[in-house]
Design a protein around this ligand. Structure first.
Ligand code: AMP
Length: 112
């Protein structure tokens, strides 16, 4: 499968890893849009938010359980934003479910 995040998961292409457990991986975004910009992915390939179902939602649970640990590791004690883009209108460019963690500075109030 030519999924770039699966290749990162498998160590086939490099990444700046900040967190990993058996179900979740987090690494720095290549093109940061905030002082701190990390992507959190389920290790299981799920194409997008639109593909979440009772059959795979345990991966999403694992991601959200990991997020506070990822944020603490990044020193985001003043808060952060968690974003997922879905599909064309959501401007999703990588078709492997991922959650952006943005922070390390005051973020804009407006989200779109
Ligand atoms: P999205 O537009 O929501 O699909 O986000 C995809 C994100 O993946 C973008 O913010 C990209 O900068 C980021 N990205 C793409 N390739 C890599 C990579 N090899 N390593 C880290 N981040 C990447």
């Amino acid at each position: 499968m030519d999924c770039i995040f699966c290749m990162i998961r498998d160590g086939k292409i490099p990444s700046s890893k900040v967190f990993e457990n058996d179900k979740v991986l987090a690494f720095k975004d290549l093109h940061p849009q905030a002082k701190v910009h990390v992507l959190v992915i389920p290790k299981t390939h799920i194409a997008s938010c639109d593909e979440i179902s009772p059959l795979n939602s345990d991966c999403v649970k694992a991601v959200f359980e990991a997020i506070p640990e990822v944020a603490a590791g990044l020193g985001l004690d003043k808060g952060y934003r968690v974003v997922t883009n879905c599909g064309e209108h959501g401007c999703q460019s990588v078709k492997h479910l991922h959650f952006h963690i943005l922070g390390g500075e005051q973020l804009a109030d407006k989200m779109s």
